[in-house]
Write a protein that binds this ligand. Structure first.
Ligand SMILES: [Zn+2]
Length: 193
């Protein structure tokens, strides 16, 4: 087992649930770092995930992410729930059950997490921190119709009212940059629609 887990409680829970689920550890890698997990998989991983499990057939390895940044540890069982769930996915894989989640927190996996940990479904549904979205920083305006499009990041888009797919004739122009310290009130409305 390759373990990149600088957190005692996570380690203790891992060992507890590896035992409880009778899981072999010889082909297992666990990390609490999303970037490390992404590197193991060779693809980017959504930062909103509380945990993740994957099987890599090429190396016959099971890889687990416990994404501590996303877990709301003010809730006493949150970490335990995420650890148990990812290891249930590994158990399923070894048992040949390749089904994915139907609906996180509501499906058969959630009920198994509840049975295994003693947590309630309400606890299972609330173990992650709310996703923090970037504030809206930019207002773009269509040169053709004058409609306004708010954006969180800068980029190049065409107007979705004037063209169903990207069309360079209707590329949006940056009309205002919002300094959102105090609720985006600094700029006057540049939209003409
Ligand atoms: Zn337009």
């Amino acid at each position: 087992m390759l373990v990149d887990v600088p957190d005692d409680e996570t380690l203790r829970l891992l060992h507890h649930y590896l035992n409880a689920l009778l899981l072999p550890t010889d082909r297992l890698r666990v990390t609490t770092c999303r970037r490390t997990f992404s590197a193991w998989l060779g693809r980017p991983i959504s930062s909103s995930l509380g945990g993740a499990y994957a099987y890599r057939p090429r190396s016959d390895e099971h890889v687990v992410l416990i994404n501590l940044d996303r877990i709301d540890r003010s809730q006493p069982r949150a970490l335990e729930i995420v650890v148990a769930e990812e290891l249930i996915h590994m158990r399923d894989r070894l048992d040949g059950d390749l089904r994915r989640h139907a609906r996180h927190g509501y499906d058969r996996v959630a009920h198994r997490v509840a049975a295994l940990t003693g947590a309630t479904l309400a606890e299972i549904r609330s173990c992650l921190r709310p996703v923090q979205r970037r504030p809206i920083r930019y207002l773009y305006v269509c040169p053709e119709c004058g409609r306004c499009t708010p954006r969180r990041v800068r980029g190049t888009w065409s107007c979705r009212w004037c063209a169903p797919t990207f069309d360079p004739r209707f590329v949006l122009r940056l009309a205002a940059r919002l300094d959102s310290d105090e609720g985006d009130t600094a700029t006057s409305d540049p939209c003409t629609s």
